[in-house]
Design a protein around this ligand. Structure first.
Ligand code: MN
Length: 242
């Protein structure tokens, strides 16, 4: 049995292709897995668990719930788009929330799971925003606003971020190699799996004489793919070839 990893689905009601691919994946490929790990940015944005009644969100929650009820544990890590997903979401869907990073033993190998944004340390501006936005004060201020106002605020943030991304040099938005090395060293040279950069690839980092594999997960804007790992290793599978 393999363990499956996905991230960066960026699900939202106005991108039906991506949600169809995701619902299909939960009904088919994920059914045979021993576990499913979602490493952040499941949603394009999440403004609070009081939005669970929204029809689209409810559909995602019940699809996850069916997979969990079918015996496949689902683990969910926050991304930078959906880091206020909370306990009510977890209870409603049956998923288990995972801290970022999480180190685990999987098929006899130490594996470090991250969303990936903390590796992008060259983007100093983003890291400063991230620190602020993850503070209790910032989240508290957000949650005090009515739901509709929160949605409008997040929409504005999204537009700002899209504009900034257009002018930022590409290497700034990728992981910083020195940070990857530091993290691999800190966690004793595991295999690393993360998303966020939307640059799916398998890299090998040679750190202190240890060859560490780093898998970057794909986004689901067009089609989608997942990483399947078992005792033999990992491989990326795109949905139309499985
Ligand atoms: Mn992300």
């Amino acid at each position: 049995m393999s363990t499956l990893f996905i991230s960066d689905l960026h699900l939202c009601a106005d991108r039906p292709q991506g949600s169809r691919a995701f619902f299909g994946f939960l009904e088919r490929e994920a059914r045979g897995a021993d576990a499913l790990y979602i490493l952040g940015d499941l949603f394009e944005y999440w403004v609070g668990d009081d939005d669970l009644d929204d029809a689209f969100n409810a559909a995602v929650v019940s699809a996850l719930g069916r997979l969990v009820a079918g015996g496949v544990p689902v683990y969910l890590m926050h991304g930078n788009r959906d880091f206020v997903i909370g306990d009510a979401f977890a209870r409603a869907s049956g998923v288990t929330l995972l801290p970022d990073p999480t180190l685990l033993m999987l098929h006899g190998q130490a594996v470090l799971l991250m969303h990936g944004d903390t590796l992008c340390t060259l983007d100093v501006e983003y890291q400063a925003f991230r620190r602020e936005a993850r503070s209790q004060v910032w989240i508290g201020n957000l949650m005090r606003q009515p739901l509709a106002q929160r949605k409008a605020a997040v929409e504005a943030l999204r537009r700002k971020s899209e504009q900034e991304k257009r002018v930022k040099p590409a290497e700034i938005m990728d992981v910083a190699p020195s940070e990857v090395d530091a993290v691999l060293r800190r966690y004793n040279y595991p295999r690393l799996i993360h998303g966020h950069t939307h640059r799916p690839a398998r890299h090998v980092h040679l750190v202190d004489g240890h060859a560490c594999e780093r898998w970057v997960l794909a986004d689901w804007y067009q089609g989608g793919s997942y990483l399947a790992c078992d005792t033999g290793g990992c491989c990326a599978v795109s949905l139309n070839e499985s």
